[in-house]
Design a protein around this ligand. Structure first.
Ligand code: PMP
Length: 372
């Protein structure tokens, strides 16, 4: 099987598995316990993992809070920061191409009294700086703007938006789930971006673990940030619960590998993407239409409409040899709100598939498309 649904999830890298195994077996200590070696070893492992995640996105290790993944990180930041800042204003901004773990949380906040602006992405799947600027009011306290899109690979102008947020004292969060390891990120150079969300399983780490980057200058404000999980006070009191050491070690190792291979992976994904598009073009010509961003995109995400062909039938037919998807795995039962947002009709959406590549396959593997 040629697995080409890497935006839904990726397989665990063999080195990640090897790093995790001891923590599923003999190294079972609780990193919050004291005085004996088993606990100290777990604590050290968590510390190294934290350093590796921080290195990948160029921030300080004490700005990394381990969570169960991006869904939790998105919920934590959106609910926690809006609760902390609610006395300053009630207006929040997001976009109509966010993952449900952002969009649904914002709609929930609207239902309890916040004013929500949902910016509409343009045909390229991005919001513009002007759109963002125009949406800002003196009441705006928070914005959550996706960095890169999981279905069409579009990239929002986060650097420019972060500058506007500094000017207006808006807390800016970005869901970076799909760009980690596929785009060089330096949070140290982006002071206006205060939080991002990360999931390990999107870049060859395990499922059920991720991180929130939360800028250190946000920690000791008053009132303090409201945690999603109250309890024993782990992760600086912001995310209680015994740390999932094996998973955190896996996230750390995946981050270390991503740091080392990032440039190589980006180049490879671009080459693979170009190769696949050449194959598809020569085989299907005008019977296909691409929906993914044409430039400035996440490498390796191809979104393509097979004109006149039902996507579910196509994906099922391919399934024994090639795994692709009809869209995002998180909302695969509903027609894509992202494709609708960039102007596709329901009919066009139902003819569209997403192919998401991995840097660990070879060009020759893609020749299988020639034999369809
Ligand atoms: N945001 C984006 C952009 C995603 O692609 C995903 C996963 N599909 C998530 C958030 C949620 O991640 P997780 O399911 O690991 O919590």
């Amino acid at each position: 099987l040629l697995y080409l649904d890497n935006s839904a999830t990726t397989p665990i890298h063999p080195e990640v598995k090897d790093a995790m195994l001891p923590f599923l077996l003999e190294e079972f200590g609780n990193p919050s316990s004291k005085y004996y070696d088993l606990a100290a070893y777990a604590k050290d492992a968590v510390k190294i993992a934290r350093q590796n995640v921080a290195k990948l996105i160029d921030c300080r290790p004490d700005e990394i809070i381990f969570t169960s993944g991006s869904t939790e990180s998105n919920n934590f930041i959106i609910k926690g920061i809006t609760d902390q800042r609610k006395n300053k204003g009630k207006h929040i901004i997001t976009t109509n191409i966010e993952h449900p773990s952002v969009l649904e949380v914002c709609k929930y906040l609207e239902s309890i009294g916040f004013n929500l602006t949902v910016l509409e992405a343009n045909q390229n799947g991005v919001i513009t700086i002007e759109q963002f600027s125009n949406a800002v009011t003196p009441e705006t306290i928070f914005a959550s703007i996706q960095w890169g899109n999981n279905e069409i690979g579009s990239l929002n102008p986060i650097i420019e938006i972060s500058k506007i947020c500094i000017e207006h004292d808006i807390f800016l969060h970005s869901d970076a789930t799909q760009v980690i390891g596929k785009r060089l990120i330096s949070l140290d150079n982006l002071p206006g971006l205060s939080a991002i969300s990360i999931s390990a399983h999107k870049f060859f780490g395990p499922k059920g673990v991720g991180a929130t980057f939360l800028r250190k200058d946000q920690y000791n404000l008053f009132p303090p940030i409201t945690p999603l999980l109250h309890g024993g006070g782990q992760e600086e009191g912001l995310r209680s619960g015994t740390l999932a050491v094996h998973n955190i070690v896996g996230l750390g190792k995946a981050s270390e590998i991503a740091s080392q291979r990032q440039n190589k992976n980006i180049k490879k994904l671009n080459e693979l993407e170009q190769h696949l598009i050449e194959i598809l073009n020569s085989k299907f010509g005008t019977n296909i239409k691409y929906n993914h961003s044409s430039e400035n995109k996440i490498p390796g995400i191809i979104n393509v409409q097979f004109i006149g062909i039902n996507n579910e039938i196509l994906v099922k037919k391919l399934a024994p040899v090639i795994a692709v998807s009809t869209g995002s795995a998180c909302s695969s039962s509903k027609p894509s709100h992202v494709l609708a947002a960039i102007g596709l009709s329901l009919n066009e959406i139902r003819q569209t598939i997403r192919i998401s590549l991995s840097p660990y396959i070879e060009k020759e593997d893609l020749n299988i498309f020639n034999n369809l």
